[in-house]
Design a protein around this ligand. Structure first.
Ligand code: ZN
Length: 390
């Protein structure tokens, strides 16, 4: 491999940590064998990670003969992170360095309040959760926040959030003023995609497209094991691909965006035109369970439209798999089934028609889990979240 010695060391270090995260505790010689790195190199990197507090020795493993090897694992209590979702429903989770959730809280942010007020509320809840585990601020590696919006960039960050009505705000600066930890902010769909890669079916694939089907529809594309963010951090905006010329108006300013036919909001809007008693997506699901044939047809139709979009993704990217998560995927298998049938039928290449389309098994904490894992990986790979001076 070409590269400066510093870069190679960083890559090797990150590979070793990634191996332990994926497989659990391993001995130095197992790590050497699996990674292809020499035993002295592995030992040098591990010793330095133990000194930093990121890894620890955890007793002896099995050996058929000779000395039992010492196992190495993540030092889970070295630092803690918060993963947060701020959207219609808010979630806060407090995790250790292995991503284990130690505390969780739900809350309901009021979109009519400005970002500063929401940041202050969040700060109070984060402080309470830290106190519940007697954690001092120096034990918190950072806070990862998933929220709707676009124009998310690394460095000084600008976000536009049509849902909250926030425009051109520096969300990182606002949140960092409210609590003394490094902060990263990411779009909810990408945050969910990150959780899928770390904890869900995405573990099995290096090249997959994740679709978030919720009150909005979005996506995240993993290629070569890494999330593809695009030049400005806006890649994956699957929900705003246009599927109908002169179609339903979208809040983004266009007509006929896929999201306007396939999100919970779109389904609720259409369901209300059939049945005035429909209030929200749960009442749509109740009507569905009661066998309301018009509601069943509506959900199937919505799934079929999503399926056309899935076929477009498969044609464009030829991924190993498509994984669908979010509230609709969790609650409504018939929507996913309709999407799969449509997608496979509409894909151009016969070979690509076999692309697996899988329903995520992650629950409603996926966004917060994805953001916690993003903070963890930046911390343990030596890339702390955004620095204030940048
Ligand atoms: Zn749109």
């Amino acid at each position: 491999m070409r590269g400066t010695p510093g870069l190679i060391r960083k890559i090797n270090r990150s590979n070793i940590i990634g191996l332990i995260q994926k497989r659990g505790s391993l001995s130095r010689s197992e790590i050497s064998r699996i990674s292809g790195l020499s035993l002295p190199s592995v030992s040098r990197i591990i010793d330095s990670l133990i000194q930093e507090g990121i890894l620890k020795e955890i007793g002896k493993g099995k050996s058929l003969r000779g000395k039992k090897p010492l196992l190495i694992d993540i030092n889970s209590d070295h630092q803690y992170v918060f993963g947060v979702e701020i959207s219609r429903k808010g979630q806060i989770i407090l995790c250790n360095l292995t991503g284990k959730v130690l505390r969780r809280e739900q809350y309901f942010p009021d979109p009519s309040q400005g970002p500063l007020s929401i940041a202050n509320q969040l700060s109070k809840k984060i402080t309470q959760l830290s106190h519940s585990l007697n954690l001092l601020p120096n034990k918190i590696a950072g806070v990862g926040i998933g929220t709707p919006g676009f124009l998310f960039k690394a460095g000084p960050l600008i976000s536009q959030s049509p849902f909250f009505g926030w425009n051109s705000i520096n969300a990182v600066e606002i949140f960092e003023k409210s609590f003394p930890y490094p902060v990263i902010v990411e779009n909810v769909a990408k945050a969910s995609a990150i959780a899928e890669k770390m904890y869900g079916y995405g573990k099995q694939f290096d090249n997959f497209f994740y679709i978030f089907t919720d009150w909005g529809v979005g996506g995240g594309f993993f290629t070569g094991g890494a999330l593809y963010r695009g030049i400005n951090g806006n890649a994956g905006e699957f929900g705003h691909t246009i599927i109908e010329q002169n179609g339903v108006p979208c809040y983004c300013g266009n007509l006929g965006c896929l999201e306007q036919y396939t999100s919970t909001d779109a389904i609720v809007r259409e369901a209300r035109s059939i049945n005035k008693n429909i209030k929200d997506f749960d009442s749509v699901m109740n009507a569905f369970q009661l066998g309301d044939s018009k509601i069943i047809a509506l959900i199937e139709k919505s799934g079929e439209i999503l399926g056309k979009g899935v076929a477009n993704i498969i044609n464009l990217l030829n991924p190993e798999a498509i994984i669908i998560g979010g509230e609709i995927a969790r609650k409504c298998p018939i929507y996913i089934q309709s999407a799969i049938v449509q997608a496979h039928g509409a894909v151009f290449s016969l070979e690509a028609r076999k692309t697996p389309v899988i329903t995520s098994q992650l629950g409603e904490e996926a966004v917060a889990m994805g953001m916690a894992s993003e903070v963890i990986s930046r911390f343990i790979n030596g890339n702390p979240p955004i620095k204030r001076e940048e």
